[in-house]
Design a protein around this ligand. Structure first.
Ligand code: GDP
Length: 366
């Protein structure tokens, strides 16, 4: 499955956010740097109001949302790339995630130590990014040494890779993350991806604010928004401490009342999860029947057989066709038989690119 890594300086609220997401106390939050040593991984249901609507129409007994993985990555401090704090271990953990959720402290609280002495989310962001860029430079330099040897042996692929390595290095040496490297074509884009750099991963900024600022944000979140806009990145404001409290209320009605009291329409968590989903370029298709209505995740531009393979490899290998109804048609026609009658059920073949919201039924041979 796809995973988002939660990073940030100590005491910005990473564990609190992770706890809220996974609704467990597994990652014990404490006012102490390096308190969470092992990365904590949690599977989090992706909220999607369409699922309940489909289930209501089909009379499905159960709804099964799709999930997104979150990893709480602790131990990042200034000097991490040189092994400070939990430096190297943490860097290895980031390498394994598909996207980065960068938590920035945008709240004042005298009781909670800031490792850098003062609350400054822009400076914090730069501190973290610098460590990631230093780690990337080190890994590229190592790779370069290897490539030089291969190129002497007339290895063509090595030559192509070297070109991208040098481009990315130049970008990093210029103080910019490797994701801003300009590639000439898809081959180069692929190579850049294969280099598995930390600063080519897509990033979402989460501004952690006090309860009072949860609805409107504050001066600090506005500075982060400006910074993010310049990078073409997205930000989400949340109060992690509050989200943790809300997540502990297990009754959905109770949660809604609590949110309404605070002038909030939905939880910040929902927004974080969905922003992470978008960041990874993921879409959802559905399977709907009397037993269950279920959401499945695929990357945008996935073809029908590969999408079927997410359910079972047999579905992919024996794929014949996919009976497909767009979500809006399914709703407008009040379900499958109505959609069939209205000619809204399409028979799609191997080349069909699955669209977000498709309700699918796969035909396959074993
Ligand atoms: P981490 O080191 O980044 O994982 O930070 P933690 O999640 O452990 O949080 C550090 C401290 O800040 C804890 O005492 C939290 O209760 C507190 N904290 C987290 N979020 C908020 C918030 O939104 N407002 C305030 N005032 N405190 C928070």
């Amino acid at each position: 499955g796809f995973k988002c890594g939660i990073v940030g300086l100590p005491n910005v609220g990473k564990s609190t956010l992770f706890n809220a997401l996974t609704n467990t106390a597994a990652a014990a939050a404490a006012n102490y740097p390096f308190c969470t040593i092992e990365p904590n991984v949690g599977q989090v249901p992706v909220p999607d109001p369409r699922l309940a609507k489909l289930a209501a129409i089909a009379g499905s007994k159960e709804t099964l949302p799709t999930q997104l993985g979150f990893v709480d990555i602790a131990g990042l401090v200034r000097g991490a790339s040189k092994g400070e704090g939990l430096g190297n271990q943490f860097l290895a953990n980031i390498r394994e995630v598909d996207a980065i959720i960068h938590v920035l402290r945008c709240f004042e609280d005298e009781d909670i130590t800031h490792v850098e002495g003062k609350v400054d989310p822009i400076a914090d962001k730069e501190t973290i990014e610098t460590e990631l860029m230093l780690a990337d430079m080190e890994s590229l330099e190592k790779r370069k040494d290897n490539l030089v040897r291969k190129i002497r042996g007339q290895d063509k692929d090595a030559k192509a890779m070297m070109a991208v390595v040098e481009k990315a290095l130049a970008v990093l040496q210029d103080g910019k993350p490797a994701r801003t490297t300009e590639v000439n074509d898809e081959d180069e884009a692929k190579i850049l991806h294969e280099l598995q750099l930390l600063t080519t991963k897509p990033v979402l900024y989460v501004c952690n604010v006090n309860e009072d600022d949860a609805a409107e944000g504050n001066e600090l979140t506005r500075r982060v928004e400006e910074m993010a806009a310049a990078e073409g990145a997205v930000t989400v404001n949340i109060c992690a401490a509050l989200e943790e409290e809300i997540a502990q209320l297990d009754d959905e009605e109770e949660q809604k009342a609590f949110l309404a009291d605070l002038g909030l329409g939905e939880t910040g968590l929902g927004r974080v999860i969905r922003a992470g989903y978008d960041l990874l370029n993921l879409i959802t298709y559905f399977t709907v029947g009397p037993k269950e209505a279920r959401a499945w995740t695929v990357t945008r531009n996935t073809k029908a057989p590969q999408a079927a393979g997410v359910i079972h490899t047999d579905f992919e290998h024996g794929f014949i066709r996919a009976e497909t109804i767009a979500y809006d048609d399914y709703i407008a026609c009040n379900g499958e038989s109505g959609a069939k009658e209205a000619g809204k059920m399409r028979l799609e073949g191997k080349e069909y690119i699955v669209q977000d919201g498709d309700v699918m039924h796969f035909r396959f041979a074993t």
